[in-house]
Structures are given as structure tokens and as C-alpha cells.
Write a protein that binds this ligand. Sequence first.
Ligand code: GDP
Length: 138
Amino acid sequence: MSNRTFTMIKPDATSKGYTGAILDQIIKAGFSIKAMKWTKLTTEQAGLFYDIHRERGFFGELVEFMSSGPIVAAILEKENAVEDFRTLIGATNPANAAEGTIRKNFASSIGENAVHGSDSDENAIIEGDFFFSKLERF
Ligand code: GDP
């Protein structure tokens, strides 16, 4: 079990002004921020980040959406981080997300679902390394 996970606040949420409220919910849930940046992905970068979904029907839509505006990328720390963060964000489709979860509170659709959360310790490391150098994390 690792104590770190990786998140992005996605372009739908940054453009609606939800960044502060989402970070507040993350911090109040006990996660501490170990690295963070406000940035915007190119379509190439979004495609690489979501490479595992390249064969899925929604891949083009996903890449277009994820490169459509700014995102916040962050490495978060907490005991049992990956699993606890997935619980905090809720189901991929906000219609199925539990009450009080970030996606229930802030997401509008299965595609534009406000936040990303790593699905395994291994992917948390890969995804954190995608965005942050050693000098940018503490
Ligand atoms: P997650 O781990 O809960 O983020 O879900 P997945 O790994 O299954 O999918 C990755 C991301 O692809 C999701 O968070 C959505 O942004 C997007 N996505 C998943 N399913 C769909 C879909 O049916 N349509 C669209 N447009 N995007 C989707």
C-alpha cells in the first residue's frame, strides 16, 4: 500500500471556477499536497497520458476535452491514498457517484467529470512522474 496518489482537476471544473472548492474538499478529507501545478495539456500530451484508452470509442473526445483548457495536476499524500481518493471522488459517471463525493458535487457527465484519480499505486507513480520532476515535489 502506498501513501501517494495523483490527481488532476479537469478543464470542466477549472473553467467553472470550482478549483478552490475542490482543493478545499481534498484537503479537508486529510490529503496533503506534495506537488501541484496549473497547466494546459496539448492534444499530444493528453493522448499520451490516456494512452491506455487509445482503442476506446471515447478516446478522441477525451483527448479533445482534456486539452480544451487549464488543469491542476497534483501529487497527494495520505495513508491508503489511492483507494481513499477514489472513494472521495466517486464513480466515473457522476450520475452513479455517491452523495458528497467530488464528482457528485462538481461533475456534469461521464466525460466531463471534474477530477482524475489514479487507479493503482503503480499508475500513481507513472502519472506523477508525467507531470513533475524531482525538484517539484516535496
Ligand atoms: P476513471 O478512472 O473513473 O477516471 O475512469 P476511466 O479510467 O474508465 O476513464 C478515464 C476517463 O475517460 C474518465 O474519467 C472520463 O473523463 C473519460 N471517459 C470514460 N468513459 C467515457 C465515456 O463513455 N465517454 C466519454 N466522453 N468519456 C469517458
